[in-house]
Design a protein around this ligand. Structure first.
Ligand code: PLP
Length: 438
């Protein structure tokens, strides 16, 4: 029945690589209202990160060069562009750039944005409530003193994670002084668990998938009045932490002399798991660039939870297991069977569409980047490459370009691959990845 109504469900069930164009994306700004999220919230989040910058610098010397601001570089990748065009017949016109959240300070993934932001927001609330800070103008390095740390040890922070969110929340929470418990799903990598334990984090391991780890984490946190649970599926704080990226991208694009307007469209491709990270970034991009930005998510064929939820309108009421998929994928962080309903609903007027890809391609794309640009990012982050590789090759995306009057503007377009993770991957695992052929 579902398949009759939504033919895409059959293609998803059969693990076909595909593109889905969102029929509900709209130019109408009124459609963005009603979620309790606005540009003012992004400004508020950015200001909070600025207040914490001296504290971050004090805890993480690696952030000194950037003044305690956690931000990644935007790198032109013409070598990769030539490689993709030559090898896959992609015909990518305009400029291809790599947004290296893979190399973000502290957590080495996009999760450094949302995860760290949420931990700091909670910390600010506790500090103000208990008089550790007198107000927003106070000196936040006070929070890095042994006395402050001793205060925070009475509180616990918990999170359910497939890996990278756990690293981000775990490392930052441990730096503040909290007791931290990270509830890990079965697919989480051993090295991530070990790294967290080195930071003094308690890692709980489950045989089950991500949704179950989240459930266990929430139950454990609810049982302790001094525990705070970071809810990856529903957190507006995480979402806003991710959205800040868009504001900062404006000056980075200016530095690269990249114009974004009606004659110079911007395409952004982001790997999607539960949806918080790509959703927050996409929301911010829409606020900043209006409809001149065209954002596409990319998911593995075995875990296309967001496209399944959005295309059927069922959002988080359907899982990939419901249509016979395993939800298992080599793409760490994208092995999510059920998308965030909150994010899916916010994306309805914003998202341009979604691509899916097979796991084997993750490794091919990873080698393409490494060989052409000498940049390493983790395989899941390479899911983004499917977007520009296929943009000119699917009839659906060609029709999208045509409908939006973009076909003759593509030589002035820019394409951003959002590289979501990689810096913390140990050398031996990198070698394994480089030698993996599926
Ligand atoms: C978490 C993650 C994503 C996707 O973020 P979601 O919020 O789960 O959608 C993408 N890439 C990497 C490397 C990640 O760790």
């Amino acid at each position: 029945m579902l398949e009759e109504r939504y033919p895409i469900v059959k293609d998803l069930r059969e693990e076909k690589e595909l593109v889905w164009i969102n029929p509900d994306r709209t130019e109408d700004p009124a459609a963005l209202e009603g979620f309790g999220l606005s540009m003012a919230d992004i400004d508020d989040a950015e200001a909070r990160m600025a207040r914490f910058a001296p504290f971050i610098m004090a805890c993480f010397p690696e952030t000194q060069a950037s003044g305690g601001i956690i931000e990644s570089v935007l790198t032109p990748v013409p070598g990769l562009q030539a490689r993709l065009n030559e090898k896959y017949g992609s015909g990518i016109q305009g400029r291809l750039l790599l947004k290296q959240d893979s190399h973000l300070a502290i957590a080495g993934s996009v999760k450094a944005r949302g995860g760290i932001y949420e931990v700091l927001k909670h910390t600010e609330e506790l500090a103000l409530e208990h008089g550790l800070l007198s107000g927003y103008e106070d000196d936040y390095t006070k929070l890095a003193t042994p006395e402050a740390r001793a205060f925070f040890t009475q509180f616990t922070v918990q999170v359910g994670s497939t890996g990278n969110l756990g690293l981000s929340i775990g490392i930052m929470s441990a730096a503040v002084g909290y007791e931290v418990i990270v509830h890990m799903s079965a697919d989480a990598k051993q090295w991530k668990k070990e790294l967290l334990r080195q930071h003094g984090v308690t890692v709980m391991e489950y045989e089950s998938d991500y949704s179950e780890a989240v459930k266990q984490g929430r139950a454990s946190s609810d049982a302790n009045p001094k525990s705070y649970f970071v809810d990856d599926e529903n957190s507006k704080n995480l979402f806003m932490g991710y959205a800040v990226a868009a504001k900062r991208l404006v000056s980075q694009l200016e530095e690269q002399k990249v114009t974004v307007d009606a004659a110079h469209p911007l395409f952004v491709y982001i790997p999607c798991g539960v949806g918080g990270a790509p959703g927050g970034v996409a929301f911010g991009l829409r606020q900043v660039f209006g409809t001149n930005v065209h954002t596409f998510f990319v998911e593995p064929t075995q875990a296309p939870c967001m496209v399944l939820g959005m295309a059927t309108g069922l959002q988080n009421e359907i899982s990939v297991q419901d249509i016979g998929l395993t939800g298992l994928t080599h793409a760490d962080g994208l092995a999510v069977g059920r998308a965030s309903g909150f994010v899916g609903r916010v994306m309805v007027p914003i998202l341009s569409g979604e691509f899916t890809l097979r796991d084997a391609k993750l490794y091919d794309y990873m080698r393409d980047l490494l060989e052409s640009e000498e940049i390493f990012i983790e395989p899941s982050a390479c899911a983004a490459f499917q977007g520009p590789v296929m943009l000119n090759q699917y009839p659906e995306t060609r029709a999208y370009l045509e409908q939006h009057g973009l076909t003759d503007k593509m030589s002035q377009a820019s394409h951003i691959l959002w590289a979501t993770g990689g810096r913390l991957v140990p050398e031996s695992i990198r070698e394994d990845y480089v030698n993996t052929y599926l």
